[in-house]
Design a protein around this ligand. Structure first.
Ligand SMILES: Cc1cc2nc3c(=O)[nH]c(=O)nc-3n(C[C@H](O)[C@H](O)[C@H](O)COP(=O)(O)O)c2cc1C
Length: 329
């Protein structure tokens, strides 16, 4: 799998998710086998880049290459300028968000709502591709509603405009996240363009990834929600897709160490106050998936008032969890 000059180490990539795919999570997922990890979306409105949120989103220190910055906006010139500025700051791939279901940001169409206006989509893509000398990729849904699945038409325009790769979420904007993702339109899109296509939507493990790749003919898969509390999913999917490559299972002790290192990286990145809040979200997911959410444990983890107390609670409960397995063995 290649995007411009970059050969990806794996065809399974992390989906951009606002509030989730911050620098610590991206680095973690890359380390555990994600072939690529785009940033959370950054608004093209540079006036908002002074907020703490945007500044954190623009920080890529220590991130493995290629560094992907996702931009959201609706104005071709503003997106082109935002792309230029981010390349100057070290972005190596610019990804454009036409997949997010929010209808408007700052009173303008944005995300997948742009799919209703194909000429505007083309103007945006041309403006951004012409503005930077790094690959520009595009993330879309299959259309804006089930009667208007114009994904194939958008994909063809994208290819003509010089887009280097496409990610397609198998839902329309009107579907939001309801129902199941459909892969027929992704298959049609893949058959209509020569650029790499990532299939996205409801991929929750190696078996599903294999099925979706076989059905759609896509070049890779993009995994979003299934990585919540399970960044090791990339390792598992890679192992499944590259059958024959022996990948020893991770032990409970390995998972505990990954979680604790993740917490530590969140604290370092955000500092005390925001760190404890952001870590709480990830801990909730880890706890739900691994510890089965016993109420008392959840209370301990969620109620910890600062990073030191939170880390100590996590250490205690995940140590106990590792110990249980050792006793049962
Ligand atoms: C919490 C959350 C935040 C998201 N933020 C973004 C975003 O910033 N940019 C984007 O293109 N898609 C965003 N998405 C959509 C995902 O990238 C992905 O397309 C969607 O979740 C479907 O994939 P999945 O079924 O593997 O989760 C977000 C999804 C979630 C759940």
């Amino acid at each position: 799998m290649r995007i411009g000059p970059y050969v990806l180490p794996s065809a399974v990539v992390l989906a951009p998710m606002a509030g989730v795919t911050d620098r610590p999570f991206r680095i973690l997922c890359r380390r555990l086998g994600a072939g690529l990890a785009a940033s959370e979306m950054l608004t093209a409105d540079t006036r908002l880049w002074t907020t703490s949120k945007s500044r954190h989103r623009m920080n890529h220190e220590g991130e493995p290459e290629p560094r992907v910055v996702q931009l959201a906006g609706a104005e071709p010139a503003a997106l082109a300028e935002a792309a230029r500025l981010n390349v100057a700051l070290g972005a190596q791939i610019i990804d454009l968000n036409m997949g997010c279901p929010a209808k408007k940001v700052c009173g303008k169409l944005c995300g997948s709502a742009l799919l209703t206006d194909e000429p505007l989509v083309a103007r945006i893509l041309e403006a951004v591709v012409n503005a930077v000398d790094v690959p520009v990729t595009l993330k879309i849904r299959t259309g804006w509603d089930r009667e208007h699945r114009n994904g194939v038409s958008i994909a063809r325009r994208a290819e003509r405009c010089g887009i280097a790769a496409l990610a397609v979420h198998g839902r329309t904007r009107e579907d939001f996240y309801a129902g199941e993702a459909e892969y027929h339109t992704i298959r049609d899109i893949k058959a209509s363009v020569r650029i790499p296509v990532f299939a996205n939507g409801d991929i929750d493990g190696g078996k599903k990834a294999r099925e979706v790749l076989d059905f759609t003919g896509a070049d890779g898969v993009m995994v979003g929600r299934a990585s919540h509390g399970a960044p090791w999913i990339f390792r598992a999917v890679n192992a499944h897709l590259q059958a024959g490559i022996a990948t020893p299972a991770l032990l409970r002790a390995d998972l505990r160490d990954i979680i604790l290192a993740h917490l530590d990286s969140v604290y370092r990145f955000y500092g005390e106050e925001t760190g404890v809040r952001i870590a709480r979200k990830h801990l909730g997911w880890y706890c739900g998936l691994l510890l089965g959410e016993p109420a008392a444990v959840r209370r301990d983890l969620m109620g910890a008032p600062n990073t030191a107390a939170q880390f100590a609670q996590a250490l205690k409960h995940f140590d106990d969890w590792v110990g249980e397995a050792a006793l049962a063995a």
